[in-house]
Ligand binder design. Structure first.
Ligand SMILES: Cc1cc2nc3c(=O)[nH]c(=O)nc-3n(C[C@H](O)[C@H](O)[C@H](O)COP(=O)(O)OP(=O)(O)OC[C@H]3O[C@@H](n4cnc5c(N)ncnc54)[C@H](O)[C@@H]3O)c2cc1C
Length: 471
């Protein structure tokens, strides 16, 4: 290490200019040149206790691969990275980088090492230099595993089990592999050829992918399950939180994923009937929900050329910079401004939705009321309406209030798995459902979370399945 943190500031690659990027769905983030990238890695202090490593759900060994990168040992950096993370090219693009929030340099004018960008750069270099090549297992164990769901959890589990020599088939109900990476996260954050590139390696390594198969929808699940020695449920947490207030059935009110999935399909060349197209063009768009999914809807609406985009949130505006309630090295609950917000969006907080107002069956506005949050004696927040209400005009409303739990109808109910108190599939032992050879990975058991946590959960499920198959 060169201790360059004393002399070199954090330098982010930044985004493409707003006026350029809103005319397309290409990735918004830029890249640094290799020299700057290595200098950024050299800012790592190689802390005695690396909180970055502690903060990362995957336990990525940041100081080690920053050191390799800073010395120009790109391949070594990649090998260190891949030893804990199957898909650094995904997390390097979309991870909220819990590691950077735990970086000790975060305490110094909030200038942590650019770990996430470094990760993307190391992964890109690895693909460009062709040292990511298929490594099929030397022999096969004869054991068969079905992974149901092809998001990051399912893919990580499949990768780890295939490396052990088990024969792995991934079943996906949609027409393409990737879960929310493919049909959720917008292309301007994650270009889909990044997924295809990895899939081509996994396929050459022997993983079998079956699309357009909704397991458990029809036919006997028992017979399906009997074909495998173990099954892993990785179907995500797809039940969106609804807003069942007056006027909910008006036209023009959609769940976030209805828009986002459709947009990703349009970009992939999918054929969507004109009558089914959701368009924000020339409309006033109201995004209800102040989180990341909402922000993705903001960016998508702006690219549709919406007349105006407003994003509202029921909770108070988080503090800017630091928050004493979530001190370092925990992930801070502070105001986050995404690339989409910077493209032109009004953001408001402390607003609860009372009803949707329509005309001729179509939404025209939303009545909202101001709320305030009072801390009760036990430290919890209690919401109170102030009585101040208004109507926000909107011809398109997008509901982005998160996800409750996995979809129960179909596979899960037919299978008869137990649920936890939040409606996720309960794990009675690590990563094992209440049915002995049925394992669980990702959002289906943790509840809606992050790509990095899904990969981690997939790796852990694979380890448990491997132990089970060898017992
Ligand atoms: C709009 C949006 C943006 C997001 N952005 C980010 C981000 O920037 N960074 C981040 O870290 N996280 C982000 N997340 C969260 C992240 O995408 C998820 O936490 C992660 O994808 C969960 O992975 P998973 O493998 O558990 O499930 P999923 O990715 O949901 O994949 C589950 C798959 O299972 C399939 N499936 C379901 N039922 C069946 C069945 N019966 N048979 C066969 N297949 C089935 C589904 O079609 C789906 O493809 C975002 C989420 C959303 C909704």
């Amino acid at each position: 290490m060169y201790k360059t943190f004393l002399t070199i500031n954090r330098k982010e690659a930044g985004y493409r200019p707003v006026m350029e990027r809103i005319t397309d769905f290409g990735e918004v983030e830029q890249t640094l040149n290799s020299e700057d990238r290595m200098l950024q890695a050299s800012r790592c202090m190689d802390c005695g206790i690396p909180f970055c490593h502690w903060s990362c759900p995957l336990g990525n060994i940041m100081p080690e691969w920053q050191d390799a990168l800073s010395k120009g040992k790109w391949q070594q950096a990649y090998e260190l990275l891949i030893s804990t993370n199957n898909f650094p090219e995904f997390t390097g693009r979309v991870c909220p980088a819990l590691c950077e929030k735990g970086c000790v340099l975060m305490l110094s004018e909030q200038q942590p090492v650019t770990i996430r960008e470094n990760e993307a750069a190391v992964a890109e270099h690895a693909f460009q230099e062709d040292y990511i090549i298929p490594h099929p297992p030397a022999s096969r164990t004869g054991k068969k595993v079905a992974i149901i769901g092809s998001g990051p959890a399912g893919l990580a589990a499949a990768d780890m089990l295939n490396r052990q020599g088990h024969t792995v088939t991934v079943y996906e109900k949609e027409e393409a592999i990737g879960g929310l990476l493919r049909f959720g996260i917008p292309d301007f954050k994650l270009n889909k050829n990044i997924i295809d590139r990895r899939l081509s390696i996994l396929e050459k390594e022997g993983i079998i992918f079956e699309c357009n198969v909704e397991v458990g929808k029809e036919g006997s699940i028992k017979r399906f399950f009997e074909r495998f020695d173990a099954v892993c449920l990785a179907i995500g947490a797809g039940q969106p939180r609804d807003l069942p207030v007056e006027g909910r059935d008006l036209q023009g009110i959609h769940f976030a994923l209805e828009l986002l999935q459709q947009q990703n399909r349009v970009i992939a060349g999918g054929n969507i009937a004109f009558s089914q197209l959701i368009s924000a063009k020339n409309k006033r768009v109201l995004v209800i929900g102040g989180g990341d999914t909402g922000s993705d809807c903001v960016g998508t609406s702006i690219r549709h050329k919406a007349a105006k985009v407003t994003q509202i949130e029921i909770m108070p505006k988080p503090p800017v910079g630091t928050n004493p309630d979530t001190p370092w090295p925990t992930y801070p609950n502070t105001l986050k401004t995404s690339s989409s917000h910077l493209e032109g969006c009004e953001r408001r907080w402390n607003l609860a939705t009372k009803r949707f107002i329509g005309e001729k069956g179509k939404v025209k506005g939303v009545e909202v009321v101001e709320v305030e949050w009072i801390k009760t004696e036990d430290g919890k927040l209690s919401m109170k309406e102030t009585g101040k209400s208004e109507i926000i005009k909107a011809e398109l409303v997008l509901l982005c209030m998160g996800f409750l739990h996995p979809v129960h109808e179909g596979l899960l109910n037919n299978l008869g798995v137990n649920y936890d108190s939040r409606g996720n599939v309960a794990a009675i032992k690590p990563n094992m459902s209440s049915i002995p050879n049925v394992f669980v990975a990702g959002d289906v058991t943790t509840g809606a979370s992050l790509v990095v946590r899904a990969i981690d959960s997939g790796r852990k499920a694979a380890a448990e399945i491997n132990k089970f198959l060898k017992s």
